[in-house]
Ligand binder design. Sequence first.
Ligand SMILES: Nc1ncnc2c1ncn2[C@@H]1O[C@H](COP(=O)(O)OP(=O)(O)OP(=O)(O)O)[C@@H](O)[C@H]1O
Length: 267
Amino acid sequence: MEKAIIAKNVTKKYKLYNGTKERLLDLLTPKNYGEDFYALTNVNFEAEKGDIVGFIGINGSGKSTLSNIIAGIVPETAGTVEVNGQTALIAVASGLKWDLTGRDNIELKCLMLGFSKEEIKALEPEIIEFSELGKFIDQPVKSYSSGMKSRLGFAISVNVDPDILIIDEALSVGDKAFAEKSLAKMKEFKQKGKTMIFVSHSLGQMKEFCEKILWLEFGTVRDYGTVDEVIPKYEQFLKQWQKMSKAEKDAYKEEAIKRNQTANAVN
Ligand SMILES: Nc1ncnc2c1ncn2[C@@H]1O[C@H](COP(=O)(O)OP(=O)(O)OP(=O)(O)O)[C@@H](O)[C@H]1O
């Protein structure tokens, strides 16, 4: 089988600063200010061409970070990510230039993807219609609601026909009718044998839509397998997690992060 994505030992380190002054000092001086925070530690993950993979995990597990790295929007700190094909990421707050209008965003995105002026002209009406933005298409994106931004992002990404479509929580904003239309479009993609990554907290949507599940836990891979293998284990975990007190959750999280950091130091 042809691989669509090969992620090897992917690590993402962020710097956490105690205020703007510390951030500036870190930039301006050779001394190391701020605290290292590992959002991902040595993540290994592969997807075959045509796989539909769901990323699950509680808040802060690194799902969006890994999606953004695969989409080429955020650089990895260490490790490698090989992606075979053109990716398109649909996420609530990403990829759109807020000062430009919806129409300008469509044109810019298509130009960046290598479409010609003629191809863009032909594609634009379809994208605008799918977005249901009406006359707002000529207003700056900063005047859009989060649902409208998501609709525009979704309309562009699904209509440019990417090889790998990454959808990060974009179905959770906006109305039910648009979510259904988007799901139908995603099913079309699935039938065409495209590769898809789907990030969602809705296990119902995951079961309906995905074949494989990558379960991330505080920046590491807790499990990767079929929907039937991984989702029941995750549901079991969620039941325990929900019963934990805040202090127990903090302790669990701290322990997991420490384990990740130790793993990082060893490798
Ligand atoms: N730019 C950043 N600077 C510092 N820390 C960050 C940055 N972006 C993400 N993080 C941290 O990295 C961790 C992983 O975040 P990420 O958004 O990837 O998680 P997630 O699993 O997608 O979470 P959610 O389900 O809440 O969307 C979090 O602890 C987050 O606070």
